[in-house]
Design a protein around this ligand. Sequence first.
Ligand code: CS2
Length: 493
Amino acid sequence: MPSTPALSKTTPGILRRSAAPAAGIVHLGLGNFHRAHQAIYTDAAVTANGGDWGIIGVASRSTAIPDAMHAQDMLYTVVEISPKGSRFSVPRVHTDAFTAAANPGRVVKAIGDGGTRIVSLTVTENGYNYTPATGSLNMQDPAIQHDLVKPGSPQTPIGQIVRGLQHRARTHGEPVTILSCDNLADNGHHTQRLVREFASLLPAGEAAETLAFIDANTSFPSSMVDRIVPATTDHYRGLVASQRGYRDRIPVPAEPFTMWIVEDNFIAGRPTWEAGGAVFSDEVAGYEQLKVRLLNGTHSLIAYLGALTGAATIPDAVANPDIELAARTVLRNEYLPSVSVPSSVDVDAYEEQLFSRWRNTSLGHRTSQVGSDGSVKLRQRIPLPALKMLDEGRTPQLLALTTAAYLACIAPLPGFDPGPQAHAMEDPARGLLADLAGGSRSGADLAGKVLDDYHLLGEALAERGEFIARTGEFIDIIHSAGPVAAIAAANSS
Ligand code: CS2
C-alpha cells in the first residue's frame, strides 16, 4: 500500500495562492492559537486584497513547530471540530519560522527589519514577565535581568521587542505597530507600559533615545481575541491523513467559533483583516472585559472545580449540574456587573453561546490546559470584579471559590490529593505556592500567605481581609468535604 504523502505546496487541492506574500509581520508565539486565529484572518485578508503581509513565525523555546513547518513548505492544517463534523483549511501566510531561544539575534533582526510593520504577540499571560502584585515588569526575573545587560541575545518577548526597536531607532527609523493578542486586560496599554519600563531601565543615553523612538514611532492597539484551541493529538493527525490524504505533523484543532475585535491604531498600516471577519472597533475595552471575565474567568472556575471532581475535559466539567450552576452564578452575579458591555452584545445570547462552546464534546479541551498558569491568568480575571463587589459591601463568593479551587489544585494542604488533572497543570508559581502550602496548617493560613503576603491577586485585594478569609474557608471545605460541598456553601451564602 502506498504510504500517505507529507503535506507540501504540491499537495493537490489545498492552495488558493501559489506563494505566500512577502513578510510584513513578525509574530512572537508560533503556537496553536496563532496558527488557528491571526494566521487565518491574515490569509483571508491577503487572498481578498493582497499586500505584503506574510508572517515570520517565532516560537519561544520549542523547535517542533518551526521544524515541521519547514518540512511542510510552511503549511499546516486547521481542523475545525464540531459535533456536526470537521472542516479543514490550510493557511498560506507564513514565510519563515524559527525558535527564539536558539536564534535570539535573529528575532532582534526580524523585529528591527524595515519591512516589518507589525509585531504581534500570542505569548500567553506568562510571556509578559510582569509581577502579579503590581502589574509592572518583574525585576526579580533572571530573564529580564539578563535581557537588560545582554542586548544581542534577549530571552523575553519584552526584551526582544525593545532590542528590535533600538535597532530600528538606530538604523532606518521606520514606524511599527506592536499588537498584543493575549488575554490581558487592556493588552495594548499593558504591553506599552512593560516595553517603556524595560526601555527606561537601559543606560541613560540609550533609554532616552529608545523612549523617544517608542513614543514617536510605535503604536500599541488593544485587541480581543477569541477561539478555543486545544492542544493537538495523534487523533487529529489521523483525521487529516484519513480525510485529506496527506500527513501533517502539526495540525491545529479549533472550535468553529472565532472572533477578533481590534482597535484601529496601526502606525505603519495593516492587513484588511475584516475580510476574515475581524471587527475594528472603539469599544475594544468592553469586549476585552467581557471576554477576559465572562469567558476566561468562568473558564478558570470550571477548570479547577472540574479537575477536583475528576473531570478531564471542560465539556465533562460543565456536564456536572453543580459546576454549571457555579459557572452561571459567577458569570452573571460576579463577573458581569463589572463589565461595560459593548452596545452590540446581547448578554443572554453571549452566555448561552459560551455554554454551548464549552459543551463541544468533540473538541476535548482539557481542564489541565485551562487550569495551567493560573498564577498569571487569575490576576487578569479576578481582582477588579472582586474589588467592585467588596466596595459595594458584597462578598464575591464564587471568585473566592475560584481562588480556593485553584490553590487546592496547585498548592494542596498536606495530606490532600487533588487528582491527576490538577497534577497535570503547569504553573510558574507552582513551586513557590507548594512551599507555602507545605508550611500551612489551614486554609486561612494558606490564603493569608498567598493573597496577603505574596499578593497573588495584586496589592488592592491583599488589603481585603474578608475576601482572604472566605478563600481560606473554601480551601478548608474543599479539603474536608470536596468541591461540590464548597459550591453548595458558596451558593447558600
Ligand atoms: C482559556 C483560554 O486557557 C485558558 O485560560 O480560558 O485559552 C480560552 O480558551 C481562550 O481564551 C478562548 O478564546
